[in-house]
Each structure stands twice: as C-alpha cells, then as structure tokens.
Design a protein around this ligand. Structure first.
Ligand SMILES: NC(=O)c1ccc[n+]([C@@H]2O[C@H](COP(=O)([O-])OP(=O)(O)OC[C@H]3O[C@@H](n4cnc5c(N)ncnc54)[C@H](OP(=O)(O)O)[C@@H]3O)[C@@H](O)[C@H]2O)c1
Length: 243
C-alpha cells in the first residue's frame, strides 16, 4: 500500500496514477474529496481518503485505517507569496511551515509503525530545489523546503538499522495547474508569468516518473536525493526564457 499526500492535483495526482500503474494499491489523500473521487473512479488501484496534513486528528484518522503501508509520499505542500524577508507576512511563513514541514512530520510520526513493520517501508519527500539553493523573495518557502530537506536527512540517520528507506525528490520548475496560482492567491497573470518564455518546464508526470523510479529500486537501494530540473533551468534564479 502506498499513501500519497496532496494527491488531488499536480505532482501528487500524477504520482498516485503512476504508482498505481507500477502495481501499488494507492491511497490518494488531500482535502478536496471531489477531485480524489474522480481520480479513484478512473483507477481501480486508487482509493480516495480525505486528509488535512495540518490537522492532528485528520492524520490520526488516516493512520488508524492503514495497518500496512510500504510507501509514504509526503507531497502535500506549496508556496504562499513571493516576497523579500522584510516585507513578507509572518502568517505566510507559518502556513508554509505547517503544511510542508509539520504536515510531513505528522505523517511520518503516524505511519512509521506501519512503515517499519514486516518487510519494511519507504518515505519519499517531494522537496524542491528551493530546499537546497535559496533565491531572493523565496522567503518562507525556501526556509520550509530547507527544513523538509533536513527532516529527510535526520530521519535517514535516526532510522539507520531499521528497514525504512528515506528519499527526497527535489524538483525545479514544474508547470502544474495550481502551484503558482496558489502561490499568488489566484492571480492568473502572475502565475502564468512564472513560466513565460520557458520552452519546456517539467510536467507533473516528469516528477512522478522520478518518484516511481526512486520507489521501485530494490529494497537495499536507498536513493538519498534526486534533483530534477527542466533543461532551461540551471538554478532556481537562472532560467533561460525565449523571446
Ligand atoms: N510546481 C512546482 O514548481 C514545484 C517545484 C518543486 C517542488 N514542488 C512541491 O511539489 C509538491 C506538489 O506541488 P504541485 O506543484 O503539485 O502543487 P499543487 O498542484 O498546488 O498541489 C498541492 C497539493 O497539496 C495538497 N494540499 C495542500 N494543503 C494540504 C493540506 N493541508 N492537507 C493535505 N493536502 C494538502 C493540495 O490538495 P488540497 O488543496 O485538495 O488539499 C494539492 O493536492 C509540493 O510539496 C510543492 O512544494 C512543486
């Protein structure tokens, strides 16, 4: 059984579909149940479960239903705002820390007994290049994704000797339907400008492909970190744009 958080759109939805194609039974979890139900209706191996990773009771309810988990993909997350530190909103930093970092901590704490049981398990974080290279105005998102990368590294150290692999997949620019729209509070023009002139940003399926590869290595092979960017992006702040 694989659990994918943030599976109602973008990378999480593509990962749920890809893992189902790889033969996993997949629990697709997020807040928007209608989207999860639509995904589950199209794929027999996908089950929809409502989950808010910022809510202890919601995470506990999910864990109570799942005695057997082989793979947890901590993917729920996102950015709110793009502002320098001096003018950023503390509340945005708090929300980003809660969903990207504490959400993953809640999931790991709740599912670790199931992941460490039997043949063992695997925790994969959807991090970001923002978690490895700071960029101006990245603010709370850069900080939260750095914390998520640190969480992945700490967990690997702490679980050493137990049958649980820990991996991080850190994408660069991925053109998903909602990521930039959420970041800019629904401002379509600002969201579209992120990808303007970039010939081929990554797609959600490209990242799902990497997550599936990481998750399907033999049990003794632990991929620590995969950084994946579109060809046009040399670094978070260095993107080739046409025209
Ligand atoms: N797009 C990029 O350029 C990019 C690059 C690097 C890394 N990433 C990372 O990749 C992950 C997925 O991003 P994406 O591009 O696929 O964005 P997205 O389409 O906005 O997906 C975010 C997902 O997280 C879910 N989510 C948000 N808050 C949640 C909560 N409290 N509880 C449960 N689920 C929650 C959303 O579903 P609900 O609203 O239905 O809950 C949605 O399914 C994020 O961690 C993001 O930081 C994205």
């Amino acid at each position: 059984m694989a659990v994918v958080t943030g599976a109602s759109s973008g990378i999480g939805a593509a990962t749920a579909v890809r893992l189902a194609a790889e033969g996993f039974q997949v629990v697709a979890a997020a807040r928007r149940r209608d989207r999860l139900d639509a995904l589950a209706a199209e794929h027999d191996a996908i089950t929809a479960v409502t989950l808010d990773v910022t809510d202890d009771a919601s995470v506990a309810a999910l864990a109570a239903e799942l005695p057997d988990v082989a793979l947890l993909v901590n993917n729920a997350g996102g950015a709110f705002g793009l502002a320098d530190v001096a003018s950023s909103e503390v509340s945005d930093w708090q929300r980003m820390y809660d969903v990207n970092v504490l959400g993953a901590v809640r999931m790991v704490k709740a599912l670790l007994p199931a992941l460490a049981a039997g043949a063992g398990g695997h925790v994969v974080f959807t991090g970001s290049i923002a978690g490895h290279t700071p960029y101006e105005k990245g603010g709370g998102y850069v900080a939260a994704k750095h914390a998520e990368a640190a969480l992945s590294q700490m967990l690997r150290l702490e679980l050493n000797g137990r049958p649980v692999r820990v991996s991080e997949v850190a994408p660069g620019m991925v053109r998903t339907e909602e990521f930039s729209l959420v970041r800019f509070g629904g401002d379509r023009e600002r969201a579209d400008a992120v990808y303007q002139g970039v010939s081929q940003p990554l797609l959600a399926e490209d990242v799902a492909d990497v997550i599936a590869w990481v998750a399907t290595r033999p049990a003794h092979v632990d991929i620590d970190l995969v950084v994946v960017k579109p060809l046009a992006q040399a670094a978070p702040h260095k993107v080739h744009r046409e025209g």
